[in-house]
Design a protein around this ligand. Structure first.
Ligand SMILES: *Cc1c(COP(=O)(O)O)cnc(C)c1O
Length: 363
């Protein structure tokens, strides 16, 4: 038989989570950009595609992914979150009917020089304090004016991205900067649309919802807010990772487990060896105590994670045997709990699922 490890992807959970995003932003009536960059946060665009149907648009940043979703039949808008990487990309954007972010001056110049047969929709991005991409507030109006008078431009949506939307008052300052900087544009052109919110802002900052929200992690059933579980927001995991026990060891007090002998038994105990390691995408930094479910019972990781195996405490699972089912993350073990034990976030674990892991799609 194949090595006993597999991931399962749940498009129905994606559909459920997108409707949760829609509901959370119902007050502003915002449209939803399902954010599917990084191959849908590691889930696989094609695998979750059926779950995206109700989204108003798809946001990503790789032109190959945009071409893929068009080839799959997606006819609604597509937003390129980093815009064009070269002047030539505008022709591609036009051919695929993409909406493109404009976040630096060269992108404006390429656009003004582009020979387009159709006008293009753009998102004008402001740097409201994250200092990653976007026009400084002092340059935003000029960038808007340049685009407004460009014959290549159909519509301009005003956009920013928050660095701290996961904090209770994390958007107050950037939102004030955004609102202040865009006040004249909104007065001159009151129909102008705006888009600011990632998952964290969708869930806790309704004042930032505006016309289009951009849920990423919540689409996949992960929490964007470390202190609150995804389940507390009514989200469902779109990925699970399962394996089996492939060996059992009986330890005596003083016996050590795995590389570096990090875990040492204080009494006699049984441990199970799971067919999952860091080469499958399980975080090597997971400490002793990281939750793992064996045969329906929550237990703990013991010892360092190896490339192809990890070990678990079978003390609470007397009936466990070779072949017992193990959930590394999924409906019972929140991916966010594994991530936080390992000092990272669910986003990283989703994206790191290794290509060698076989993947099923739940229908
Ligand atoms: C990734 C991304 C999002 C989605 O963020 P989440 O925290 O995953 O919801 C939204 N907007 C932009 C610009 C992004 O890059």
């Amino acid at each position: 038989m194949p090595r006993p490890i597999y991931a399962t992807i749940y498009p129905a959970a994606v559909a459920h989570n997108l409707s949760a995003a829609k509901q959370a932003s119902a007050q502003s009536g915002a449209n939803v950009w399902a954010t599917i960059k990084a191959n849908a946060y590691g889930h696989g665009i094609e695998r979750i595609f059926s779950g995206l149907r109700e989204a108003d648009g798809l946001a990503m940043l790789d032109f190959a992914e945009a071409a893929l979703v068009r080839s799959l039949g997606w006819q609604k808008p597509i937003l390129m979150l980093e815009g064009c990487f070269s002047a030539e990309d505008y022709a591609l954007a036009q051919a695929l009917d993409l909406t493109v972010v404009v976040h630096h001056q060269a992108q404006i110049e390429w656009l003004l020089q582009a020979q387009l047969t159709q006008k293009i929709n753009v998102y004008l991005k402001m740097n409201s304090g994250m200092n990653r991409v976007g026009f400084a507030p002092s340059r935003y109006q000029a960038a808007f004016d340049a685009l407004k008078s460009a014959e290549q431009v159909e519509s301009i949506t005003l956009m920013t991205h928050f660095a701290n939307a996961d904090l209770p008052d994390g958007v107050a300052k950037p939102l004030q900067i955004f609102n202040q900087t865009t006040a004249k544009i909104m007065a001159d052109f009151p129909q102008t649309q705006r888009s600011c919110s990632n998952s964290a802002a969708i869930l806790q900052h309704p004042d930032a919802h505006f016309d289009w929200v951009r849920p990423g992690i919540m689409t996949y059933g992960g929490t964007p807010i470390g202190a609150s579980s995804a389940a507390s927001f009514g989200l469902m995991p779109a990925m699970s990772l399962h394996a089996q026990l492939i060996a059992i060891q009986e330890l005596q007090a003083g016996d050590a487990v795995g590389y570096g002998s990090r875990f040492v038994a204080t009494q006699s105990m049984r441990i199970g060896v799971v067919a999952c390691g860091y080469a499958d995408g399980y975080p090597r930094h997971a400490p002793d105590g990281t939750p793992v479910m064996v045969d329906g019972v929550v237990t703990r990781l013991v010892g360092r994670v190896s490339m192809d195996m990890l070990m678990v405490d079978l003390s609470p699972v007397a009936h466990a045997a070779v072949g017992s089912a193990v959930e590394l993350w999924g409906a019972q073990i929140a991916i966010d709990d594994v991530a936080s034990a390992a000092g990272t976030i669910g986003y990283e674990l989703m994206c790191a699922l290794a290509p060698r892991v076989p993947v099923n799609v739940a229908l």
